[in-house]
Design a protein around this ligand. Structure first.
Ligand SMILES: [Fe+2]
Length: 288
């Protein structure tokens, strides 16, 4: 235990600066810090030193908010057997509930709310037979296009999770021109918009200001867990880190389509960035 012994620490990165060098001789005692220079009181160095030693407590995610586990509805699980296998893996990872979110993309995955809920019920029965204790709910991952805007205008009821959270995705390369309008319409219709994996959108690279503005207007961000280990790309990891540092991430999701994505999760949960997400952001998963 470093902090239980009287110990003098010197920091090499400050040694070149003579003035600061006088200030960085700090003694640690079991229950208190004694700063040997009065000048330290008025500068941020103590905070810097404390944050250097701060140990983040890893949080166990019990609820997942983004996955593709309903058999045959999209590019996720192709069969009931596969869905059961994936759910068993979630259970082994310590999850107690998954909110699965099939794609709703016109002309590609034309899943209606009724179909999604019907497949959910069938899967629940299979889960009981298989002896699974993990809970499953369903919402959807809506693709943002003119059709979704039309559905919002018509006040159609869409599938949500938690407190009216509406998960939506956008194209990866080009920013939809109507995204600001869409966020506003979702809110006007009583939903809380949640942007799925913003770190994966190339059009958001270097656009932190824009994202901040959306968040200030009420948009919530759901970052993919595997982005924290660079599973998709270096740029998505970098963008995820930038959102985390700004404290603007609300949900972490597996976006699980297949078992390989869950195999990476164990490593993700031991990563520095995972701990940082809980340190900097209010992650809402476990409140659902
Ligand atoms: Fe997804």
């Amino acid at each position: 235990m470093v902090f239980c012994q009287k110990k003098t620490l010197h920091y090499h990165y400050l040694k070149k600066n003579n003035e600061l060098n006088k200030l960085i001789k700090i003694r640690f005692y079991p229950c208190r810090l004694l700063f040997r220079s009065k000048a330290l009181i008025n500068i941020k160095l103590p905070l810097l030193v404390l944050s250097f030693f701060k140990k983040n407590t890893p949080v166990n995610l019990k609820v997942d908010v983004h996955s593709h586990l309903l058999p045959g509805l999209d590019d996720g699980s192709p069969s009931v057997e596969n869905s059961i296998e994936l759910l068993q893996a979630f259970e082994s990872l310590g999850y107690e509930k998954v909110i699965t979110t099939p794609h709703v993309i016109p002309d590609q995955y034309d899943n209606t709310s009724e179909e999604i809920l019907s497949v959910l019920e069938s899967l629940r029965k299979e889960m009981r037979t298989a002896g699974l204790t993990i809970k499953i709910e369903a919402a959807a991952e809506y693709y943002l296009d003119e059709y979704l805007i039309e559905r919002l205008d018509k006040k159609e009821e869409l599938l949500t999770f938690g407190n009216q959270y509406l998960l939506f995705e956008t194209p990866y390369v080009n920013e939809p021109v109507f995204i600001g309008e869409a966020i506003f319409k979702m809110q006007s219709a009583g939903y809380q918009p949640v942007l799925a994996h913003p770190e994966r959108y190339l059009y958001l690279i270097g656009k932190d200001e824009k994202v901040m503005q959306w968040v200030e207007k009420g948009l919530k961000l759901q970052v993919n867990l595997n982005s924290l280990k660079g599973y998709y790309s270096k740029s998505s990891k970098k963008l995820a880190e930038s959102f985390i540092k700004k404290g603007i991430v609300s949900f972490l999701g597996s976006d699980c389509h297949h078992i390989k994505q869950l195999e990476v999760l164990k490593e993700v949960k031991e990563s520095r960035l995972y701990a940082k997400a809980f340190d900097k952001c209010e992650i809402l998963n476990n409140h659902l």
